[in-house]
Write a protein that binds this ligand. Sequence first.
Ligand code: 6DK
Ligand code: ZN
Length: 369
Amino acid sequence: MQTGFVWHERYMWHNTGRASGPFLSDASGWMEPDIRHTENSDTKRRFRNLLDVSGLLDQLVPIAPRAATVEELTRFHTAAYVEHVRELSAGAGGEGVDGTTVIGKGTYEVALLSAGGVIEAVDAVLDGTVDNAYALVRPCGHHALPDAAMGFCIFGNVAIAAHHARVVRGLRRVAIVDWDVHHGNGTQAGFYDDPNVLTISLHQDSCFPPESGPLEETGEGAGEGFNLNVPLPPGSGDGAYEAAFEQLVIPALERFQPELILVASGLDASAMDPLGRMMVSPKGYGRLAELLLDAAARLCDGRVVMAHEGGYSAELVPFCGLAIVERLAGVETEVRDTILQLFPEHMGQQQLQPHEQALIERVAAVAGL
Ligand code: 6DK
Ligand code: ZN
């Protein structure tokens, strides 16, 4: 398998600075200040470094990102919002609508490179240069709204890439599977009335954005039935995620018959993530990748492009990421991590629990799956 890999050192230069805002540690005035913002370059760099030392990086096909154009961005965003980000970035910087999304000096250029990196990955897969691809981009994108930055996201990388696949490359049906622990609300909003883009988000119930992503939201108008939310209970582990894939995600993909599958690959459903309360192990993420790739092989010639989203555990983001890229490339490295041994063998309730199965059945009923 030829797997493309998008990376650029400048992705690490989107500077989110020091912690601030309602959710982050020094906001109260009672904590020692001067810690980094939760969304910083560390976990992404460590993911890339593990690919490197494992030897897997050498077996991937490098894909150079480019800056997305304003024309590409405005298939999803308003022109006024794009210009607003450019101005903030060129001046003193600013924040998104939720007070936690930093637009620092130079963020605009890095965010263009992030969106453009996912577009390039889509082109490489559609051209057949590679079979599939992982775009380790930053900043992330799935909370970004057409007219606002939100949840550490500036531009909707995956949404913009989906529009590219449709408008420029002429694909009729594109599916987006979002396994970030938070709801992919921006992506959902962008395609809510669109029957040509199936949006699926698995997330921790009511985690972020607050109250976002209920199972009743299934799309509207012509897009009715083309949005699937799977709000899993906190504590869901490998068993719940695998069952949700087998009973919901894969059947929904089979029904939709996509020509390309995009994955919003957040690694914050891991068992050690500070911004989520799920228990997915590296092995579990590898299994999800495997199930998805098997479906893609049947449905769309294996065409899968994954774009990195969240993930804040210094240890588990790299190991989860490695497990996913191993599946994409069809290569097993000799890396054996001590953390992996803790799951699922030594952490309780990794197996599908009755209340998790009940939720899956409610979603299946609403979606007619
Ligand atoms: N909560 C992400 O991982 C980003 O999905 C997650 C962002 C979580 C922010 C947590 C937060 C608030 C803020 C205000 C009021 C209530 C809750 F986009 C990704 F990076 F992928 O600030
Ligand atoms: Zn997230």
